[in-house]
Design a binder for this molecule. Structure first.
Ligand code: NAD
Length: 433
């Protein structure tokens, strides 16, 4: 259906304001159904309702951004040596498969779907098997917006069957994937036979560097949710805190106090800051890492228990854990735990902070905290991550590129950068000879 819609349907051939109008309508309909979609997303993932509301609102913003970007998708004229006129066209790839994870199902579908549709592709969205529901609502929204048949298709099902058949299918021209690094490798293998274009947003082990001149209160208070938000199931989670040895104890005390104050509980409660993990097996995995960290020599400074509150009896709840005295070479500091666990690691000076930060197979995002602007710029330039924040933990802006170095991925989503993920470049030369 997606192939037919691309080859025969109106979508790739619409005039740009017409296609933009569909995307603006999708944004409006998402906003009209925001409360309903956010509730489903919270039931889907277990994430706090206030986060779901923010994410659904941001998904609408994303469709609006790419609706506005449509008239700005254009090529270049190139002064070639031969007599004539040379110019490029940016054209859609064709059928694009969007394979998304369970931790941010709705917003990930928007990050990929909006630029893919804006550039004239047809799409097949495959949500993770734990979290199909909000993707189906996005399908309803697109239908209600009048998007022509076959342009947006949604397939639910396991990655090993539904996902893998998309990744290998000869009629799919591109895979836009977010998920685990190992799954990303499998997708590259599956896509190799038909030389599909592949963009990958993968795992992370993001650093949070606290220098001794930082605003420690601000850093401790805001960094807690930067690692424990979404119950730590966030590719950008600031899960390695590197703290200058002079302020290590002070920062740790402040951070532990803030962690203990986090409201863990029913995700439908608007006050809740940390909900349950996605599944019992995910909680077991995280508990295993907490035990491993202690065996490796770390000290559990707080959390790591299953809460006894009766309100937390139904769900894979876990109190956010802080592991102190961690060495960067320990497995807990190197492997993506994907749960509410922070590793706190001391450093001596700027060079050591940079070296330890870069000693990771990942390079997605990170933060650094200092009042010294020169140091902020020096360190930001030396850190091997695709996204970096100074004196805050914000990784994502719709208008700016997002993606990873090293095993954290290939390509940049969001901003105008994403348009190149979903377009082919055609060069045309017209001879005047
Ligand atoms: P996952 O890799 O298990 O699954 C992601 C998606 O791929 C799901 O839809 C799944 O069904 C599908 N899939 C699984 N096996 C497949 C296969 N062989 N072929 C095709 N599709 C397949 O990831 P997850 O557990 O859902 O999500 C967590 C991971 O996602 C973490 O590693 C996290 O860091 C990463 N993540 C990265 C970003 C980013 O932008 N870099 C954002 C969110 C999550």
């Amino acid at each position: 259906a997606a192939h037919r819609a691309f080859e025969e349907g109106p979508w790739p051939r619409l005039r740009s304001p017409e296609r933009a109008r569909f995307l603006f309508t999708i944004a409006r309909l998402i906003r009209e159904r925001l409360e309903e979609i956010a509730t489903v997303e919270t039931q889907n993932v277990g994430k706090p309702i206030r986060d779901s509301r923010d994410e659904v609102g941001a998904a609408a913003d994303c469709f609006e951004y790419y609706a506005g970007a449509i008239p700005r998708i254009f090529g270049e004229t190139i002064p070639v040596a031969s007599p004539g006129l040379d110019f490029t066209l940016r054209e859609p790839i064709g059928v694009v498969a969007l394979i998304v994870p369970w931790n941010f199902p709705f917003i990930m579908a928007a990050w990929k779907g909006a630029p893919a549709l804006a550039t004239g592709n047809t799409v097949i969205l495959k949500p993770a098997s734990y979290t199909p529901l909000s993707a189906l609502l996005l399908g309803e929204v697109c239908q209600a917006a009048g998007v022509p048949p076959g342009v947006v298709n949604i397939i639910t099902g396991p990655g090993s069957t539904a996902g893998a058949s998309l990744a290998g299918h000869p009629l799919v021209g591109k895979i836009a994937f977010t998920g685990e690094t190992d799954t990303g490798k499998q997708i590259m293998h599956l896509a190799a036979d038909s030389i599909k274009k592949v963009s990958l947003e993968l795992g992370g082990k993001s650093p949070n560097i606290i220098f001794d001149d930082a605003d420690l209160d601000e850093a401790a208070n805001t960094s807690a949710l930067a690692v424990f938000g979404n119950a730590g199931q966030d590719c950008c989670a600031r899960s390695r805190a590197f703290v200058h040895q002079r302020v290590y104890d002070v920062f740790l005390d402040k951070f532990v106090a803030r962690t203990r104050s986090l409201k863990v509980g029913d995700p439908m409660d608007p006050e809740t800051e940390v909900g349950p993990l996605i599944s019992p097996s995910q909680r077991e995995r995280v508990l295993g890492y907490i035990r491993l960290g202690q065996e490796e020599g770390a000290r559990l400074a707080c959390g790591g228990d299953i809460p006894t509150d009766p309100g937390c009896a139904r769900g894979s709840y876990l109190l956010p854990a802080v592991l102190a005295n961690v060495q960067n070479r320990m497995r807990v500091a190197q492997e993506e735990i994907f749960g509410p666990v922070l590793c706190v690691i001391p450093f001596r000076d700027e060079d050591e902070a940079v070296r330890l930060t870069n000693e990771s197979i990942y390079g997605l995002s990170g933060s650094l905290w200092t009042r010294d602007i020169g140091r902020a710029i020096r360190v930001a330039k030396r850190i091997r991550t695709g996204v970096l924040s100074v004196n805050c933990n914000r990784s994502v802006h719709i208008e700016a590129p997002f993606g990873g170095y090293k095993l954290s991925g290939i390509g940049r989503e969001l901003g105008m950068h994403a348009l190149s993920l979903y377009t082919e470049v055609k060069n045309v030369f017209i001879s005047t000879g």
